[in-house]
Design a protein around this ligand. Structure first.
Ligand code: SF4
Length: 508
């Protein structure tokens, strides 16, 4: 499909497109606003864990009241399987290494769901989507998957045709009867599968301790695309993997497309303090792609996938015709949404137009604490944030921007719903982002521009409140496990963009 000549032409057009943006990005970088793996500002959940206060007994009553008084707006259910066979060097997620998923852990998940059920009582509740994530859910036996889906179905009404997602690790291909495992998973109702391929470069895979080779990953993709799953997603990582080059990302993408996945998700690598890569990056930075290479790579992914018929549906996801998965859609696009999470180290929320309260919760990181609380009939929440109107508006804007755009009418409603000072700040930020060509207006929406995409996570984080950016002593351990912005960088960016000024001039 790709001859040497058109490959050269294509890569040349990638350089040309990237270089169109480099001067502006360099100017921002010289002012201390840039993206690199140590300073990434991706914030998946808002407000971040550091702002959510430790839960107290009165908060449980608030949580239970909020959950039980919500009308049936549909629940997205996330089930965490915190076990991996090894630790990838870039990983800071909560997962236990080298253990099997015990039946005792599945008992705890069932018990935790029963606690939610007892809070909800006889109230009709619909599950809109189920997501088995990790960790490595493909370490579950088929019996365990059957048990989990069984007790969910027994407890709640699962919507007809609901999306049921499960994450896989390519190492599964080495398991005896892997094809049979996948067939059984499909027969149990899992209709969307997501696999962290990350890279198809053996040098990179070895360096990040992925535990599979390119050949094994290819064999796995072959196997999984032969099954009857409606949606198949492959994840790739760029920006902070050692030995990764533009050419190796290009080769990875070419191979991925031969399997015709329904979506590909790109992740800019975050290197957090809790990961092995944190020290290696600091001591051996030349092993990692440079700032300029990362810009080229992002352009390459975008151009390659769009030229091959994929469309961007979220800032980081490319789908073949409208195959965005509903779990994400509900997470990012709705004002009335409940995310219920089972397992330790996860997060959830209840948003229902401020009635009675909008809540964001973070679960305990300790498996022991999780177990003790569940066995004592307590939802194992460690921290709970109550969002007033201002924080709710700030959160919804960030989530909408994660789609890549925000509808102007919706934005105005969020501004009107906030206190005057916050509304003014949001308005000013939108105008200044547009002046600086980070946002464009199109078809009644503000859309993150081609330039803005290189700083999209940082742009979203500008809408965080001062309180959310405030670090307190002892916050580091929480920030290391969760998506947490570089607060200095975001404050600097906000100051410059709001006041048209310079901050401390820094070098790259
Ligand atoms: S990246 Fe995924 S597979 Fe690797 S250690 Fe982390 S959770 Fe486990």
């Amino acid at each position: 499909m790709y001859t040497q000549t058109n490959e050269r032409d294509f890569l040349f057009s990638v350089y040309t497109e990237s270089e169109r943006h480099v001067p502006a990005l360099r100017q921002w970088a010289e002012k201390g606003v840039y993206r690199n793996p140590l300073d990434n500002s991706l914030m998946i959940n808002y407000p971040p864990i550091t702002v959510a206060p430790p839960i107290n007994p009165a908060d449980y009553a608030t949580f239970e009241q909020a959950l039980s008084s919500c009308p049936d707006c549909g629940i997205s259910l996330y089930v965490h399987i915190p076990v991996c066979t090894r630790k990838c060097t870039y990983c800071n997620y909560y997962s236990l290494v080298g253990q099997k998923v015990s039946d005792n852990y599945i008992d705890l998940l069932e018990k935790e769901l029963a606690i939610y059920k007892s809070i909800l009582g006889a109230k009709p509740v619909t599950i809109r989507s189920i997501y088995l994530g990790g960790g490595t859910p493909s370490l579950l036996s088929t019996k365990q998957v059957e048990r989990i889906l069984g007790f969910i179905n027994k407890s709640f009404q699962v919507q007809d045709g609901a999306e049921i997602s499960m994450e896989f690790h390519p190492e599964l291909v080495n398991q005896e009867k892997a094809a049979q495992y996948l067939q059984t998973i499909s027969a149990l109702g899992v209709n969307r599968v997501s696999t962290g391929i990350q890279s198809l470069d053996d040098g990179v895979l070895r360096a990040i301790n992925r535990g599979h080779t390119k050949t094994e990953a290819m064999a796995f993709m072959d196997l999984i695309t032969q099954q009857n799953f409606q949606k198949v997603n492959f994840d790739i990582i760029y920006g902070g993997l050692p030995f990764q080059s533009l050419k190796s990302v290009y080769e990875t993408l070419k191979h991925l497309l031969t399997f015709k996945p329904t979506s590909i998700t790109k992740h800019f690598c975050e290197i957090k303090k809790e990961s092995v890569d944190f020290c290696r990056y600091k001591s051996s930075t030349p092993l990692y792609p440079s700032w300029t290479e990362n810009i080229h790579t992002q352009t390459l992914i975008d151009m390659f996938l769009t030229e091959n018929g994929y469309q961007k549906e979220l800032l980081h996801m490319y789908t073949s015709v409208h195959s965005l998965f509903s779990h994400q859609k509900q997470k990012w696009s709705q004002r009335e949404t409940i995310l219920m999470c089972l397992g330790p180290g996860t997060y959830g929320w209840i948003f229902h137009n401020n009635t009675p309260k909008n809540l964001v919760l973070y679960k305990s990181f300790s498996l022991k604490d999780y177990e003790n609380m569940v066995l004592n009939n307590i939802i194992p929440i460690e921290r709970l944030a109550t969002l007033e109107k201002d924080e709710t508006s700030r959160r919804h804007i960030q989530y909408a921007l994660n789609y890549g755009y925000i509808d102007k009418t919706y934005l105005q409603a969020l501004i009107d719903g906030a206190e005057t000072g916050t509304g003014k700040e949001i308005n000013l930020l939108i105008n200044k982002l547009e002046d600086n060509q980070f946002l464009n207006q199109t078809q009644g929406c503000y859309k993150i521009s081609a330039l803005g995409e290189y700083l999209s996570d940082e742009i979203k984080a500008l809408f965080a409140s001062e309180d959310a950016l405030d670090r307190r002593p002892g916050d580091d351990i929480h920030a290391a496990h969760h998506w947490y912005p570089n607060t200095d960088l975001i404050r600097r960016f906000k100051h410059i963009i709001l006041h048209d000024g310079n901050y401390n001039s820094l070098t790259l």
